[in-house]
Structures are given as structure tokens and as C-alpha cells.
Design a protein around this ligand. Structure first.
Ligand code: PLP
Length: 394
């Protein structure tokens, strides 16, 4: 029996790097003080916190470390960015896209239930946002535009710099500046993040998507941005995220981003080649497939494929029995039978959307992993199709 295990679900979460674990351990066992305490234990923890903040700020080209707050996850960063902006500024309108992660999408839907107004901008076949529609939706009431940097299901990268230019133009004649937020959870550690170049006011990051620990995130808040906290308590994180700081994970996430930035060029080239090999193999060996990821605009790590006429979930389970881990669309959507909102937005037919899998590659994948998948996958697709009435009656 094959003993190979292949993890192709790196957009759901990643293995924590050994260097990251090593960097974190002393903050559990030795330097465990509360960063707010006056004694040496506390001061050592505080020093680690401020050093991490300095480093993190540099890694995303922020102007000052005071523009970084550490949060509990990407979801929390997204919530603080959007809800916090609406609480602090005049106006009740948020603009986002139809293909956001639920951390943004459901936050906006919930705001609508509470007297705010939200618009969800459509995307083209590649998943790229309609800039004209976005421009036309801006009103005097608009407080914030939140568009993801790269999508977690199909990998498409959105034109954040162009959106920033549009907003800068609009902001020239406005008293209340429209803020720009981007959920960069799928690009941090994969693309070089530069908040100046992107022209964003707010940017969300999550540690566990780039070989850091789970339950830690960051939010970049450009100096001068009016924003209110969602939780109240101590003065931690400039009052934006009260609660005793999670020093070990802050150190770990910062280390992970540092390593990712150093190795980015080499690593993305490797992952890009593996992803293309996987795609070419699938297209050559399996009939009736649709590639949902537009290679021209996508991050190198994600490949979304629709295997027409089958249930993605059945294929997923068979792959799991062969020790191959992938995902149906996005990890967060599992358990629901609705077609993914992202696939609907790019115009996928129901017959395609149903049989869609997301393969997301990472730094630990090898050529042999892909060879193994390309050996197993065509046989499993054939098997699932033979059992499928829609395939037999097509
Ligand atoms: C994973 C993910 C999130 C959520 O991050 P958590 O740290 O798990 O809360 C948000 N946005 C995108 C695009 C993601 O892929």
C-alpha cells in the first residue's frame, strides 16, 4: 500500500515551521510574563512585543510600528477594520465584493441587519472586480471599501492599487475620506506586501496561512485613520484589541512572515511549477474538467478545478482514503450544500460548481506528491463518475 501522504490544503491552514516553533517556545516556558507588568518578567515580554511590532511593520512597509495591532485571527482583523471604521466615521455605507471570505461577507450582511447599507460588487469570469460598478456605487454616505487581495477559493488577485487610485481621486472633494481595507490573508507570505504601494488604509493578516500558529493575526491601520475598537477593556494594542498579549504567537507569526519574505522568490517559483504540472496533468488525463483559476491573475499556490457531473464531496472522501488532502471550494463552506458564492459569482454552471475541488500547494509539496496525485486522481474521478446518474445520462 502507498504510504505517501499529500497535503494540498495549504489555503485552509499550514504546518507550523520548525523555526517558528523554536522561536515561540521560550515565550511559554521562560519569558512568560504579562507585558503590562513592571517586573523583569513583564519587561522582557514587553520587549519581545515591541520588537515583533517593529519587525512586522517593516515587513509590510508600514511607516511606524504604531500602525500594527496584533489580533486573534484574520476574521477578527476583518471585523475590526470594517465595523470599527463604520462606528468611528460619519456615514453608513460599505462597499465590498461578491467573492469575499465569509469573515467580510457575513460581517457586511450583519451590518445590513443593523441599519447599515452594503453593496456587493460583481466580478468577471476570472474573478476580477468590476471597477466601473465600484466607482458608481460610491455615495456621500460611503465610509469604507473592503476588497480582498487574493481570493481563497480560486486564487484571483484583485487590483487593489487601482481601487486605491479611484478612491484617492474621489477623496479629493470629500470631507470624510473613504477608507480602503484589504483582506490580505491569502497573499501574506506569498506576495511581497507593501501597504504604501497598495495604497490601503487597513490590511488584515492571519498567521496560520503562512506556516505560523493559529489564533493570531494582525491589522495594519494607517496613521490618522479614524477607527473604534469592538472590544473594551485594557489599553493593549493602543486600545484597539484589549486583552493580555499572546507574546509567543506574536513572535511566531512575525518569525513566519520574516522567513516567508526572505524565501519568497524561490519558493513561489517552485510552487508555481508544481501547480502548473498538476493543472497540465489534470487537463491531459481527465475529460470534462473546467479550470476556474485564471493563471494570468492568480497567486501561484491555488488551483480550482471543476470535475463536471460529479459531487465534489464524494471525490474528496475518496482522495482522503488515498491520503490526499484537498478541499471542496473553501474549508469554511464545508457542510453546506449551496454552491459556493465565489463560483456562482464567476458564472460557473451548477454542474461544474458541484464537482469543484480546490488544491492549494505549499512549501512542503514535492514533484513526487504531484506525480502521485496525477496517478490516483484520474482513476477516482472515473470511479465516481461511473456511480453518478448525471454522468451516465449526460
Ligand atoms: C482563512 C481566511 C480568513 C480567516 O482567517 P482566520 O485567521 O482563520 O480567522 C479570512 N480571509 C481569508 C481570505 C482567508 O483565507
Amino acid at each position: 500500500m502507498n504510504k505517501r501522504k499529500v497535503y494540498l490544503d495549504n489555503s485552509a491552514t499550514t504546518q507550523v515551521r520548525k523555526e517558528v516553533v523554536d522561536a515561540m517556545i521560550p515565550y511559554f516556558t521562560e519569558i512568560y510574563g504579562n507585558a503590562s507588568s513592571v517586573h523583569t518578567y513583564g519587561q522582557e515580554a514587553k520587549q519581545a512585543l515591541s520588537q515583533s511590532r517593529e519587525k512586522f511593520a517593516k515587513l509590510i512597509n508600514a511607516q511606524s510600528s504604531e500602525e500594527i495591532i496584533f489580533t486573534s485571527c484574520g476574521t477578527e482583523s476583518d471585523n475590526i477594520a470594517i465595523v470599527g471604521s463604520l462606528l468611528a466615521n460619519e456615514g453608513k455605507h460599505v462597499i465590498t465584493s461578491k467573492i469575499e471570505h465569509h469573515a467580510v461577507l457575513f460581517t457586511c450582511q450583519n451590518l445590513e441587519k443593523n441599519g447599515y447599507k452594503a453593496d456587493y460588487i460583481s466580478v468577471d469570469k476570472s474573478g476580477r472586480i468590476n471597477l466601473e460598478e465600484l466607482t458608481n456605487k460610491i455615495t456621500d454616505d460611503t465610509v469604507i471599501v473592503s476588497i480582498m487581495h487574493a481570493n481563497n477559493e480560486i486564487g484571483v488577485i484583485e487590483p487593489i492599487e487601482e481601487i486605491s487610485k479611484i478612491l484617492k481621486e474621489k477623496n479629493k472633494n470629500r470631507k470624510n475620506k473613504i477608507l480602503l481595507h484589504t483582506d490580505a490573508v491569502q497573499t501574506s507570505g506569498k506576495l511581497k506586501l507593501d501597504v504604501q504601494k497598495l495604497g490601503v488604509d487597513l490590511l488584515s493578516v492571519s498567521g496560520h496561512k503562512f506556516y505560523g500558529p493559529k489564533g493570531i493575526g494582525a491589522l495594519y491601520i494607517r496613521k490618522g485613520t479614524k477607527i473604534s475598537p469592538l472590544f473594551h477593556g485594557g489599553h493593549h494594542e493602543f486600545g484597539m484589541k484589549p486583552g493580555t498579549e499572546n507574546i509567543a504567537e506574536i513572535v511566531g507569526m512575525t518569525k513566519a512572515l520574516e522567513l516567508a519574505n526572505e524565501e519568497m522568490e524561490e519558493e513561489s517559483k517552485k510552487i508555481y511549477e508544481l501547480r502548473n504540472k498538476l493543472m497540465d496533468g489534470i487537463v491531459n488525463k481527465i475529460s470534462d474538467v473546467v479550470i476556474n483559476t485564471d493563471m494570468k491573475y492568480a497567486v501561484p499556490s491555488i488551483l480550482s478545478v471543476s470535475f463536471n457531473y460529479i459531487e465534489g464531496e464524494s471525490l474528496l472522501l475518496m482522495l482522503d482514503m488515498a491520503q490526499i488532502a484537498a478541499s471542496a471550494g473553501s474549508a469554511c463552506a464545508t457542510g453546506s450544500s449551496e454552491p459556493s458564492h465565489v463560483l456562482s459569482a464567476i458564472g460557473a454552471t451548477p454542474i461544474s460548481a458541484q464537482g469543484t475541488l480546490r488544491f492549494s500547494l505549499g512549501r512542503y509539496n514535492t514533484q513526487e506528491d504531484i506525480d502521485y496525485v496525477l496517478d490516483v486522481l484520474p482513476k477516482l474521478v472515473e470511479k465516481v463518475r461511473q456511480m453518478s446518474p448525471v454522468w451516465n445520462n449526460r
